[in-house]
Design a protein. Sequence first.
Lengths: 116, 142
Amino acid sequence: MDLKLDHHTKDGIEIVDVEGEIDVYTAPRLRELLIELVNSRFYQLVVNMEKVEFLDSTGLGVLVGGLKRVRAHDGSLDLVCTQERILKIFRITGLTKVFGIHDTVDDAIAARRAEK
Amino acid sequence: MATVELSFTALPAHVRTARLVATAVARRSGVDESLLDEVRLAVGEACSRAVEGHQLFCPAEPVRLALTDLVGRFQVEVTDTCSPDARWRGGAGGPVGTGITGSVPAGLGIAVIESLADDVQINETSAGTSIRMSWPSAGATS
């Protein structure tokens, strides 16, 4: 399956819904969207990966790049993911310590609010 | 001789095809279902690395994928034909922030592969680089 991207605002945080496969072919589209959102002054992001079927290191690079961009504006990029096969690559690479990873979008929003 | 050999133009769009073929052959070779995600991811990493290298240094050359059903092992070999001058580690190894892979830290793709397959051999020659990896299998099903 190809990559489907959508986004909407919830409680002042921009939610990016990702569906499908994030790899060397599709990751540039996600990168473009994250750049577009930051350029539009959305600095609090939650990437919902519950419908992501595949993620490789290219996708990780795009997420890390997005995190760097929002942090440059004192922003945040949290993830929503409960799928073991996706979480595994975050564990392998040690990125579970870099990203806030939550079970639901509401949990991610609540965690972000609690830090403010 | 490999059970299945695939050679594809070095375009990112074809990496998914390589993953799908590798996973299908692994399943048929008797690789346990619980390991198929690891095969899929490791093959994707190796092919992404090769594609990025080819796009930078030898775009006309195909990337080669060989899938072999050995006795009790399923072996995958991904071969690029980048020159020794292009000795980099791909998405996995170019300077951060360059190429297709954007912010991927150096060596990440290779590190992922090494953590997914319990037998990984990286062979660099004047002709290019091959990444050979394998997983236990129960042998081909009829």
